[in-house]
Structures are given as C-alpha cells and as structure tokens.
Design a protein around this ligand. Structure first.
Ligand SMILES: NCc1[nH]cc(CCC(=O)O)c1CC(=O)O
Length: 309
C-alpha cells in the first residue's frame, strides 16, 4: 500500500505499548502489511517524567501528549496512539483524533488488598487515587475514607498497594485487561453509581488534519459505535471544560440506532453531585453530549463552578 515505513508514536508505559501494538496489528490485518512496515517510536513525555506532584497541579492531561504531538506536527512520526481518556478537550491546531478502536469495558475497577469491595473497607481506610473524579466519587460513597494522591503507571500503583502504602486503589478495568491483569480486580464498579471518565477504555489515533494518505490508511480500523460514543462524551467534556475544572464523568452507550448518555459533575469533596441523562439518534451524538452539558450546568448553578476554586 505504501513504500516507506510508517511511524507510530507512543508513550513508553507498558499499557501504551500494548495499545500501540494493538493498533499496529489491526493496521497490518486491514491492509495485508508486514509488521516491519510499521515502526513503533517510543516518546518520553513530561507527564511520564514528573512523578512527584499531582497532575492537576503541573498542568493536567496535556502533559502526557505534548512531546508526542510535537513530533506528529513536524512529521517525525506519522500518527500517534493514545488512551482517549488522556486526550485534552482541545487539541493543538492542525491535529485531530481520526479513529477510535473498539472500546474495552469502560468501567472502573476496585482493587482491595484485604477486602473485596469499597463497601467492605474498614472505617478510615486509605485509598490511593490521583484522579479528581475518582476521589470525588469515593468521598461521596465513603466520606470516612482517607484519600492519598497516587501517581505512577499501573504496575507502580499495584506495587504500592501490595507494599501496604494504601488499602485499596481504583484503576480502569480496560487498562488492566489489556495488561493481562484483569485477575487483580476485586470489584467492578457499577457504571451508574461510579461512572467512568469520558473516553475511558477506548484507544484513539491522532493524526495531522489534511494528511489524507494517513487518514485513509487509518479509516478501516475505526469502530463506528465507539467513535459515535466518543463524539458524545467529548462534546459533554468540551462544553463543560470551558466553564469549570470540576470533576466530571460521562458514558455513552449505543444500542442499534439509539445513543444513551449518562453524565455527572461533582464537587471535589463529593458533597454535591448533579446527574444528567440524554438519549437520541446516533447521528446526533455530539449534540446529545453538548445538550447534556448545558442542562447539567444549569442544574448545578453558577456557585457550583466557582465556590471551591
Ligand atoms: N490517566 C492514566 C490512564 N489513561 C488511560 C488509562 C486506562 C486505560 C483506558 O482508560 O483506556 C489510565 C490508567 C487508569 O485510569 O487506570
């Protein structure tokens, strides 16, 4: 199909590498290529290097993609593979998320060292999580627990748990499954009571707008129900992002031609929660997400977005 080797950019974590390999395998299959036609280029990001501070303090999610996007923009790589969840609402000019691979299970997983479930944790137990969303959801359900900020890749977090730094942690089930670590999970969280982050469980490929050679090559590996769900979730995120940095969750599911959306915004201490649902034709996915965001913002009122900042 093409003559020169394609270069996939990715972070170097075990999960990122599995995701890059999955993307390569799908492209090889779709186009009858050889594995050697696609080179995986590992790129270290500031998010990977800064491990001692909470993400929300050092500049947020964009830090996991910055250096990769620089290489994409200047042509050192042809496209980049990411977890959709890690992608900021607004991408650098000239780049877009061109395809989404079939989503893994989007739910969060609870991993307890001595107990099986969140409800079974003893009073005042210590839970590790760096995610504002998970922290707020945990505080809402179990205000007695002690939360500690918990950074590092999946393996690092599991080691900290085994070493007794915390009594439990939460991770995306999708990432654990991709790493063949599904067996460490002790409870799968209900996606209504403990909804995931927009994009959780879906791999996406970022490319240059207008690079039709690459986008045409990527097109066959797009999974339409996943990209439709993601259009809704990212519209929800994007519409709220402009006005708040509040923890939020959102999941779109598709059955046939109908899309269902459930979204939630929370105060960081879990003391106030606003939920919204939306439903409509898959063709209106983004509009359903935007509309849900506007409604939940209205419901919460202006104080909700300013009081805690
Ligand atoms: N922010 C880190 C991150 N980004 C994507 C995943 C998991 C895989 C996915 O959601 O697709 C994780 C780790 C986690 O939340 O457990």
């Amino acid at each position: 199909m093409q003559t020169k080797t394609l270069k996939i950019g990715t972070r170097g974590s075990a999960l990122a590498l599995v995701q890059a390999h999955e993307t390569r395998d799908r492209l090889v299959k779709a186009h009858g290529l050889n594995e050697s036609d696609i080179e995986i280029v590992v790129i270290s990001t500031s998010g990977d290097r800064i491990q001692d501070r909470p993400l929300s303090e050092v500049g947020g999610k964009g830090l996991f993609t910055l250096e990769i996007e620089e290489q994409l923009a200047d042509g050192r790589i042809d496209f980049a593979v990411h977890s959709s969840k890690d992608m900021p609402t607004f991408l650098p000019e000239g780049l877009h998320l061109s395809v989404f691979l079939e989503r893994e299970d989007p739910r969060d997983a609870f991993i307890g060292r001595d107990v099986k479930s969140l409800a079974d944790l003893p009073l005042g137990a210590i839970v590790g999580s760096a995610s504002l969303r998970r922290q707020a959801l945990i505080k809402r359900l179990r205000p007695d627990l002690k939360l500690v900020n918990f950074r590092g890749n999946v393996q690092t977090r599991l080691r900290k748990l085994a070493d007794g730094e915390v009594d439990a942690t939460f991770l995306a089930y999708a990432g654990l499954k991709r790493l063949d670590l599904g067996h460490v999970v002790t409870e799968l969280m209900d996606s209504r009571a403990f909804p995931p982050a927009p994009g959780q469980g879906a791999i996406t490929v970022e490319s240059r707008i207008g690079d039709d050679r690459i986008d045409n090559l990527l097109a066959p590996i797009n999974h339409l129900p996943t990209s439709t769900a993601l259009a809704c979730e990212r519209a929800f995120l994007g519409t709220l992002d402009g006005s708040c940095r509040t923890p939020l969750a959102g999941l779109a599911t598709i059955s046939g031609e109908v899309l269902h959306f459930h979204g939630m915004i929370l105060l960081p201490d879990g003391s106030e929660v606003h939920e919204v649902t939306g439903e409509g034709a898959v063709a209106d996915a983004a509009q359903i997400g935007r509309d849900a965001a506007l409604r939940v913002r209205e419901m919460a009122g202006a104080h909700f977005f300013t009081d805690w900042l």
